[in-house]
Design a protein around this ligand. Structure first.
Ligand SMILES: Cc1ncc(COP(=O)(O)O)c(C=O)c1O
Length: 438
C-alpha cells in the first residue's frame, strides 16, 4: 500500500527527520527471516535486526503462534493485584538465563521504562535501607538509556538532551573512545583507568549521596563502543568499595548479541540491576524487564509494612502483559533451542573481518566491533557531522540493505540467523556506498 503526501502528515515520527521522510518515505510492508519487503517491492536485508530487536529473524512461526494463542485466550489481565501464569514462567526463565544472583524480575514495556524503573528501584532501595541521601546517579558520556526523563538525565548523548534540560541529579564519567584504540578488534586494550572517574565523583559528592552507576556494557546507540579490557571489572570494584549500586543497561547487549546470553556473562561482571528489552520478545511485542539481586527485592519486602501493602508503588498498566509474556517465552525458547548464541559466536569473526576490511577508506575514521555488532565513525562533512551517515543509509537502502545511521556513525547488527555470505554482502554494500558519496 502506498500513501499520499497528505496521508503521511499526521504521524509525527520518532527519531526521524520527518520533513525528509515525508518527501521520500521508506515504508516497510512485510518481513520474513532476515529480510524486509517495502512498498516499492524491494527486498531489503535487515542489517540492524529491526532496531537491535529481531535477532531470531522476522515472523518466527513459534512466536506468531504463541502470540495468536495468547491473544485469543487471555488478551489482557490486570497487572496490579492480579496475575497470570505466563509472567511467572517468563520471570523464572529469565532468572535461569541470566547470571547467578539476579533472581527477581520487574516487567516493563520498553527499554526506556526499564531504565526508569531501574533508577527508581535504586533510589528507593537505599531508602528501604535507611540511606535516603543516596539519590545521585552516575552515567557516562555517549551513554544511551532511552528517552524518559531519568534516562536522558543519566544518558550522555548531547543531541538527545539539549532540547529538554537536565532532569535528575546525574554526573557523567568520560566515554571510552580513545584515539589510541582506533580500529580495535573487540575490546580495546586501553581505558580501564577511565572507570576511576567514579572515584573523583565520590570525592566530590560523597558516596552517601550516590545511588548508582549506570552503563551499557557495550554502548550501541553511540556507535558500538565495546568496553576497554578490565573497565567493567574496575567499575564493579569501585561500586562495591563505596556501597554504590551498579546498573547494566542491557537493552541491546542482553539475550545474545554479544555472543553470550548477557553482556554481564560475556564480560564477566555481574551488576546489581540488569535491564532488558528488545530481543526479549524478538521485537514482536513491546516488553522490558529489570532483573535485580535478591537482596534488593528482599529489602522492599522487609520494609513494606503490613503484607497487604504495596511494597514498591510503581508499575505500568501493561507491565507483564500476557501477550508480551507469551511472546517472550516463545522468543527465549527459540533463542535457546536454535542455539542462536552459539551462532552469534560463529558469525562474530566473519563480521569483524569484513568490517575491518573497510579500514583505510578515506571517509572512515574508526571501526569497532564486538559479537554481532559493529560501528563505523564516518569522517565529518564540514559543519554537518551527521550528513554522510544519513547519505550512506540511503545508499545502502538503494542496494537492498538496511543499516542504522546515528550521529556520526553507521551501525551494523545483522540477525543471528544470517548466513556468513549475507554478513559479508552487508558490509560490501556499505563499502560500495562509501565509494559513492563525497
Ligand atoms: C541501551 C538502551 N537503553 C534503553 C533504550 C531505550 O529502549 P526503548 O526505545 O525500547 O525505550 C535503548 C534503545 O535503543 C538502548 O539501546
Amino acid at each position: 500500500m502506498t500513501l499520499t503526501r497528505s496521508e503521511l502528515e499526521a504521524h509525527w515520527m520518532p527519531f526521524t527527520g520527518n520533513r525528509q521522510f515525508k518527501q521520500q518515505p521508506r515504508l516497510m510492508e512485510r518481513a520474513d527471516g532476515a529480510y524486509y519487503y517495502d512498498t516499492e517491492g524491494r527486498q531489503i536485508f535487515d542489517g540492524l535486526s529491526g532496531l537491535w530487536t529481531c535477532g531470531a529473524g522476522h515472523n518466527r512461526p513459534e512466536i506468531v503462534e504463541a502470540v495468536s494463542r495468547q491473544v485469543a485466550t487471555l488478551d489482557y489481565s490486570p497487572g496490579f493485584q492480579f496475575g497470570h501464569a505466563q509472567s511467572f514462567l517468563l520471570a523464572n526463565k529469565l532468572v535461569d538465563l541470566t547470571p547467578d544472583g539476579l533472581d527477581h524480575v520487574f516487567f516493563t514495556d520498553s527499554g526506556s521504562e526499564t531504565v526508569e524503573t531501574a533508577l527508581k528501584i535504586a533510589r528507593a532501595y537505599w531508602r528501604t535501607r535507611g540511606m535516603p541521601g543516596k539519590t545521585r546517579f552516575i552515567g557516562r558520556q555517549k551513554g544511551y538509556h532511552g528517552v524518559n526523563y531519568g534516562g536522558i538525565g543519566v544518558g550522555g548523548i548531547g543531541f538527545n538532551r539539549k532540547l529538554f534540560g537536565q532532569s535528575i541529579e546525574a554526573d557523567h564519567i568520560a566515554h571510552t573512545v580513545l584515539e589510541e584504540n582506533r580500529y580495535s578488534r573487540g575490546m580495546p586494550e586501553l581505558g580501564a583507568h577511565l572507570a576511576d572517574e567514579v572515584e573523583d565523583l565520590v570525592a566530590l559528592h560523597d558516596a552517601s549521596n550516590i545511588a548508582a552507576v549506570i552503563v551499557e556494557p557495550l554502548s550501541g546507540t553511540a556507535g558500538v563502543l565495546p568496553p576497554p579490557q578490565g573497565y567493567l571489572n574496575r567499575l564493579r570494584e569501585i561500586c562495591d568499595r563505596h556501597q554504590i549500586l551498579l546498573i547494566f543497561d542491557e537493552v541491546i547487549t542482553g539475550l545474545g548479541r554479544m555472543g553470550s546470553l548477557t553482556g554481564a556473562e560475556e564480560f564477566g561482571v555481574t551488576p546489581d540491576l540488569l535491564g532488558l528489552a528488545k530481543q526479549i520478545t524478538n521485537g514482536a511485542i513491546p516488553l522490558g524487564a529489570v532483573m535485580v539481586r535478591g537482596e534488593i527485592y528482599q529489602s522492599f519486602m522487609d520494609n513494606g509494612g503490613p503484607d497487604y501493602m504495596v511494597e514498591f508503588p510503581h508499575g505500568y498498566t501493561y507491565s507483564a502483559h500476557p501477550v508480551a509474556c507469551a511472546a517472550g517465552l516463545a522468543a527465549l525458547d527459540v533463542l535457546v533451542n536454535d542455539e542462536l548464541v552459539a551462532r552469534v559466536r560463529k558469525l562474530a569473526p566473519v563480521l569483524e573481518d569484513a568490517v575491518h576490511g573497510l579500514r583505510g577508506h578515506p571517509l572512515v575514521a574508526d571501526i569497532r566491533n564486538y559479537g554481532l555488532a559493529a560501528g563505523l565513525s564516518i569522517v565529518h562533512k564540514a559543519g554537518e557531522p551527521m550528513k554522510r551517515p544519513f547519505e550512506l543509509g540511503l545508499r545502502c537502502l538503494s542496494k537492498g540493505f538496511y543499516v542504522r545511521w546515528g550521529g556520526d556513525t553507521v551501525q551494523l547488527a545483522p540477525p543471528f540467523i544470517a548466513s556468513e555470505q549475507q554478513v559479508r554482502d552487508l558490509v560490501a554494500a556499505l563499502g560500495e556506498s562509501l565509494d559513492e558519496i563525497d
